[in-house]
Every structure is written in C-alpha cells, then in structure tokens.
Design a protein around this ligand. Structure first.
Ligand code: SAM
Length: 347
C-alpha cells in the first residue's frame, strides 16, 4: 500500500511571502512531510540553508528521506518549536531570512497513524505530537471534572454543545478510543450540525490542550521575531480561528510603536515596532487549490517583515556613514540599506 502523502498548502504564496532568495537561511518550524521545506531549498539554491523542526519523530523520519538530496543544506531537529530560540543558539543558526509556521497536523498524522488524532479511524485516545510527552487525550476525558471538560471543549473547540458532551463523557467513562468518543458526541448532537462532523470541535479542543498548542504558538512567535535579520520574513499558516486570532493580534501589536490602551494621554509602554505587515489582509487558497486539496480550505496565511527601531536604524546608519569606505564612495540610502542587511544577516 502507498504511504499517505501530505500535500503542502499555499506553496507559491509561502515562497513569495518568505521572499526566498538564493543563499538565504530559513527555518521551517513545522517540517511535517517536508513539502514546504523542499520548495524553500529549491528556491534558495545555491547556498540556501534550512533548519527544519518537528515535534513528531515520525515526521522527521519522513522529511529526512524526502530531503535527502539537499544533504548538507539541511539541519532537521525533532523538537518542539516552543524551544525555537534555544535550538537556534545551540546550532548557531541565526539571524535568518525567513521563518515559517504551517500549523496543525499533516495528512500523515490525520490519516490514521494510530495516534488518535482523527475520528475517521479507530485508535486509542492519544493525540500527543511527541509520544514521549505524558499527558494524553485519554487522561483528559477520563479524569477531568464535568465542569472542566465543558470549559475546555467550549474554549478550545468553540463548541456550543460543550455541556451536553461533557455530561455524556462523564456518564460513559472510561472512554478509550476515538470511535467511541466520536459515536457518543454524534449521539449527543444528533443531526443538528451538517457542515462538519459533530466530533470535529471536541477533537480539536482535546488536541490543543494535550499539546499546549496555543501557549506554544504565542511563545514561539515572540522568539521568532528576535531571530529574524533585518527585513527577514515571518510567515504563518493557520487552520482555525483560535490560531489565526493569536497570529493576527501578535503581528498587529508588533507592528505598532505604542501599545498603550486607547485614551492614555502620553505613551508609557515604551514599545517599539519590530514588524511591518507585508500584507494587511490574510492570504487564502484559490478555488482551484481547494478543489485539488480540500484540506487547504481553512488555511489562512499571514506575513510580516522584521524592521528595526528607528533609533537602532539611525545608530547603524550613522556608524556606517562615519566609515571611511562610505565617505570615500559617497554611498547613499540604497547602498546603506544593503550594508544594513549585511550587518543583520552576516553569516
Ligand atoms: C501542517 S503540518 C506541516 C506540513 C509541512 N509544511 C509540509 O509541507 O509537509 C504541521 C506539522 O507541525 C508539527 N507541529 C505542530 N506543532 C508543533 C510544535 N509545537 N513544535 C514542533 N512541531 C509541531 C506537526 O507534528 C506537523 O508535522
């Protein structure tokens, strides 16, 4: 039987958003099957380098064989992207030209790899990206109180029937498998919801909690900015509104020089913008892409570019201007910007 493949989403848009260039240095924080990574390596050749990270050891194995041809240009690490900064310092991989997060799960994980991510296949209720982690979905459904379960399903699944589902889970415990849980939820919700499977939102909620997905995303975004060189790009593809809200709010906040609450007479936050929004609107797949790859339908891509604070910028330009080289050549703004890039992206 052929192994399931993951079709990468918004590939051309991602390469464009990352502004991939030959010789560039990139991080793929969610390596998966290596589809985006292969495209980045292709376009950054010659001389491009890619650090690929995935919390799932299986994903690393698959990506390693897919990216074999790029050999020395890749460094693939089985880690959680919540440790992004530490990984980059450990492997001396910074500053970088672009960082990609393609959130969620790959088809390889959803297509029944026995880890319980999907209600389409029967498997133990596990849902851990990293099998070495302790907490599983079964621990949650079988030990949390009814109130906590309802709250979790509401908060992370945005599920309106959260209380009924939680009550049913508690009545039927122990709940051991994906199909057992999916069947119970279907019985609770009945045919009221037709567009998506009744268990979709509850499964999403459990997966988010098991893997601390939202907390890790918030932390990793902050770390990513600090690793980007001048004009380096941050690109995030998300698949549900909770993730997308975090990404949108983060980029909007980081694109502002002041984040004091509205009405504050004088600025007290001392915040300075670190990003520029490259596109204000979210990028979504074309109809043609959704037809070929239905899983892409909920994808939302956001992109921002690293800027440096005005005073930092002036200081560097001043320093450059005072060099004999600049004086002798009478270099102007475009050349100085080029020099700035060199300073920030020095290997
Ligand atoms: C949608 S897939 C990425 C697919 C990939 N872009 C490709 O082209 O094949 C998401 C991947 O991110 C990984 N992942 C999710 N959260 C993670 C985290 N916090 N740290 C590291 N990897 C994570 C998952 O294990 C999964 O393999």
């Amino acid at each position: 039987m052929l192994a399931p493949v993951h079709i990468p989403v918004l590939v051309e848009e991602t390469i464009g958003a990352l502004a991939v260039q030959p010789g560039g240095r990139y991080i793929d924080c969610t390596l998966g099957g290596g589809g985006h990574a292969a495209a980045i390596l292709e376009r950054s050749s010659p001389g491009g380098q890619l650090l690929g990270i995935d919390a799932d050891p299986e994903a690393i194995k698959i990506a390693r064989s897919r990216l074999e041809a790029y050999g020395g240009s890749t460094l693939l690490i089985n880690e959680n992207f919540v440790n992004l900064q530490a990984i980059c310092y450990k492997y001396d991989f910074l500053p970088v030209h672009g960082i990609l997060f393609d959130l969620g799960l790959s088809s390889l994980q959803l297509n029944g790899n026995g880890r319980g991510f999907s209600f389409q296949h029967d498997a133990p209720l596990d849902m851990r990206l990293n099998p070495n982690q302790e907490l599983t979905a079964a621990d949650i459904v079988n030990t949390y109180s009814e109130v906590d379960l309802a709250r979790l399903i509401k908060t992370y699944g945005e599920e309106g029937y959260n209380r009924r589902i939680a009550r049913r889970i508690v009545q039927e415990r122990p709940v051991k498998t994906t199909l057992q849980l999916a069947r119970m939820i279907k019985q609770v919700i009945g045919s009221r919801r037709r567009r998506i499977h009744p268990a979709t939102k509850t499964f999403q909620a459990l997966r988010i909690v098991v893997n601390q997905e939202l907390e890790h995303l918030e932390s990793a975004l902050k770390q990513a900015v600090s690793l980007l060189g001048f004009e380096g790009r941050l690109v995030v593809i998300s698949y549900h509104s909770l993730e997308d809200r975090i990404v949108k709010q983060f980029m909007q906040r980081e694109a502002k020089d002041c984040i004091c609450p509205p009405g504050t007479p004088t600025c007290v936050c001392e915040h300075t913008a670190s990003l520029r929004l490259v596109k204000r609107r979210v990028i979504t797949p074309s109809l043609a892409e959704v037809q070929i790859n239905p899983r892409s339908h909920s994808a939302r891509l956001r992109v921002a570019e690293r800027i440096i604070a005005q005073d930092e910028h002036y200081k560097i330009v001043e320093r450059l201007c005072s060099t004999a080289e600049v004086k002798a050549n009478g270099w102007r703004r475009p050349i100085l910007l080029e020099k700035l890039r060199e300073v920030f992206l020095a290997a």
